[in-house]
Design a protein around this ligand. Structure first.
Ligand code: F6P
Length: 326
C-alpha cells in the first residue's frame, strides 16, 4: 500500500450548508495524521487551471458555522473533456498531491469516478447536496439545514395563507428527487407533497383541498418539488386555476434560499464525522468510495454504486402525509 503524503480537497456542484464543516474536519484530521493539505478552489476548475492553496489548521478556523463553501464551487465544463482531465492530472502531479477528497452531489461523483478510472489517484467522496438524492447514504450533508429553511418559510406562508383562506403551492428544490418536498411536507404539516417519483392526479389534489376547506381548514399548503417537465409549482397552479377557478391559489418558489444559511447541528456533526472518516478511509488504503451514513454508522460505497443506485422514496412517508393532512 502506497503511503499518502498530501491530500487535496475540493467542493463541486451546488453548494450545501455543512460543506465548510466537512472541509474543516478533513483538514484537521489530515494534519492530525501528519498529512499535508491543499485546498483546491472552484471545484474541478481548480484542478484543471491549477488554482490551489496550501492549508494549515488555521485555514479552517471559524468556518464550521458558515454556510456556502470557503473553497468556492462550480460546475466545470472543462473537466468533462479528456484534455481537461489530463491537465488536471498533470497539475495534481506537479503539486505532489497523492490523494483527493471531493465533496458534492451526483455530478461531482460522476466526475470523480471517471477521473479515478483514468488516473492512478485514490479519491474519497463525501455526499454534499441539499437534495439527499444519492444512493449509499441515508442522508447527505446540507439536507437537514435545507429542510429547516423550508419549514421556517412554510410556517410564515401559513400565517398569510390562513388569514386569506388561500391555497399555496410552495416549490422546493430537489433535482428530480422528492426528498425535500416529501419530508418538508411532513415537517411543516403541509396538506400534500407533489414529487417527481409519483404521477399527480389534479382531480384528486383538488378534492383533497376542497375536503380540507369544507372540514374547517383555513388554508391549504402543497409542497411541490421543482420539475422542469411539468413546470413545477407554477405549472401546477396554472392547471388548478384553469380547472378549478374557485381557488385563489398563490405560488412561492423558495429557490436558492434553500442552499444558504448556517448549518444545523445535525449537518455540522454529519459533516465532521464524514470528513474525519474520509481521512481514515484514505489511510486504510480505500479508494474510489463515497462515505455514507447508514443507520448511524459510517459506510463506504463504491462510486459506481453511489451514482447508479437510486435511493427509493419511502412509501410510508407518502402515506404519512396523506394520513396527517385529514
Ligand atoms: O443539486 C442542488 C441543487 O440546488 C438542485 O436542487 C437544483 O436543481 C440545482 O442545484 C440548481 O442548480 P444551480 O444553482 O446551478 O441553478
Amino acid at each position: 500500500m502506497r503511503r499518502i503524503k498530501k491530500v487535496g480537497i475540493l467542493t463541486s456542484g451546488g453548494d450545501a450548508p455543512g460543506m465548510n464543516a466537512a472541509i474543516r474536519a478533513i483538514t484537521r484530521s489530515a494534519i492530525y495524521n501528519n498529512l499535508n493539505v491543499v485546498g483546491i478552489r472552484r471545484g474541478y476548475y481548480g484542478l484543471v487551471f491549477n488554482d490551489m492553496v496550501p492549508f494549515d489548521s488555521g485555514s479552517v478556523s471559524n468556518i464550521i458555522q458558515q454556510g456556502g463553501t470557503i473553497l468556492k464551487t462550480a460546475r466545470c465544463k472543462e473537466f468533462i473533456s479528456d484534455e481537461g482531465r489530463f491537465e488536471a492530472y498533470k497539475n495534481l502531479c506537479a503539486q505532489a498531491i497523492d490523494a483527493l477528497v471531493v465533496i458534492g452531489g451526483d455530478g461531482t461523483l460522476r466526475g470523480a469516478r471517471i477521473f479515478a478510472e483514468e488516473n492512478d489517484i485514490p479519491i474519497v467522496a463525501l455526499p454534499g447536496t441539499i437534495d439527499n438524492d444519492l444512493g449509499g447514504t441515508d442522508i447527505t450533508i446540507g439536507y437537514d439545514t435545507a429542510l429547516n429553511t423550508i419549514i421556517e418559510a412554510v410556517d410564515k406562508i401559513r400565517d398569510t395563507a390562513t388569514s386569506h383562506e388561500r391555497l399555496f403551492f410552495v416549490e422546493v428544490m430537489g433535482h428530480m428527487a422528492g426528498y425535500l418536498a416529501l419530508n418538508g411536507a411532513i415537517a411543516s404539516g403541509a396538506e400534500a407533497a407533489i414529487i417527481p417519483e409519483r404521477e399527480t392526479e389534479i382531480d384528486q389534489l383538488a378534492e383533497l383541498v376542497r375536503r380540507g376547506f369544507r372540514k374547517s381548514k383555513n388554508s391549504a399548503i402543497v409542497l411541490v418539488a421543482e420539475n422542469p417537465a411539468t413546470g413545477g409549482a407554477l405549472g401546477l397552479a396554472q392547471r388548478i386555476k384553469e380547472e378549478f377557478p374557485e381557488y385563489d391559489a398563490r405560488v412561492t418558489i423558495l429557490g436558492h434560499l434553500q442552499r444558504g444559511g448556517s448549518p444545523t447541528a445535525a449537518d455540522r456533526i454529519l459533516a465532521s464525522r464524514m470528513g474525519a472518516e474520509a481521512i481514515n478511509a484514505l489511510m486504510a488504503g480505500q479508494r474510489n468510495v463515497m462515505i455514507g451514513s447508514q443507520n448511524g454508522r459510517m459506510v463506504y460505497t463504491p462510486f459506481t454504486m453511489a451514482v447508479t443506485q437510486k435511493k427509493p422514496i419511502k412509501e410510508t412517508d407518502i402515506e404519512l402525509v396523506k394520513i396527517l393532512s385529514i
